[in-house]
Design a binder for this molecule. Structure first.
Ligand code: URA
Length: 229
């Protein structure tokens, strides 16, 4: 054994090191710092929501429903809140409304796995009731943080609950849908569009024609902004 190697081994013993040496270099650049940062912030936000106190939604729900999809996406969808299936599985839009959402996205050539999806409230409202305004207000603090973390180029709000959470309580969805708006969250501007919720379209299929207009409008903007989906 060469003198240098003996010296190294004695040195390692002397510091009681347990290191294993490998000839393969460690790839310290496989994930960008930004990705790590986003993941950490999302974990932190989820923990914050989990620790919410005195919330009727949380009390009756089985699971937290936080998000689905790609956190690096430039497109973010905000729905209302989990239903029975979402509560069971812990993922947004996996029930009947979710199936319609998938079809709507497919129609404008968006793969669901390439976008990011969340809801205004992260726990299922009992008996699928609509979230109350006090609940919308409470959870909108988390939603705003969620949007800031994802930092999407396009924010799609689906339904009146998402509208109330981010645009205002007094607006009418039938008037406001399909218009591009800019909303400011934490001093950043987000390009936003409001459209009908898929669950509403299941109840009112005659409204699908308006939804189709909105979807085409979204596709046009995605192309203009050269967003990959
Ligand atoms: N409706 C929503 O708004 N969100 C879901 O996750 C499911 C149904």
């Amino acid at each position: 054994m060469a003198n240098k190697e003996i010296l190294n081994q004695e040195f390692l013993k002397s510091i009681e090191s347990d290191y294993i040496f490998d000839n393969a270099p460690i790839n310290r650049f496989s994930k960008s710092k930004d990705t790590d940062d986003v993941s950490e912030k999302l974990i932190c936000l989820k923990d914050k929501i989990k620790s919410i106190k005195d919330c009727e939604l949380k009390k009756f729900a089985k699971n937290i429903v936080f998000s689905d999809g790609n956190p690096k996406s430039q497109i973010m969808i905000v729905g209302e809140g989990p239903g029975e299936k979402e509560d069971m599985i812990g993922k947004p839009f996996v029930g009947e409304a979710g199936m319609l959402l998938n079809k709507m996205l497919n129609a404008i050539k968006i793969k669901r796995e390439n976008i990011y999806i969340t809801n205004v409230v992260n726990y299922r409202p009992p008996n699928n009731r609509k979230p109350e305004f006090s609940e919308i207000k409470r959870y909108s603090v988390f939603l705003r943080e969620h949007i800031s973390i994802i930092n999407p180029k396009i924010l799609i709000l689906m339904g009146s609950t998402a509208m109330k959470a981010l645009l205002g309580q007094k607006l009418k969805i039938s008037k406001e849908r399909g218009k591009w708006k800019e909303i400011i969250i934490n001093q950043r501007t987000f390009l936003t569009i409001l459209t009908f919720h898929p669950a509403y379209l299941l109840r009112q299929p005659d409204q699908k024609k308006f939804s189709w207009e909105d979807l085409k409008n979204m596709r046009k903007k995605i192309d203009e902004l050269k967003i990959k989906v």
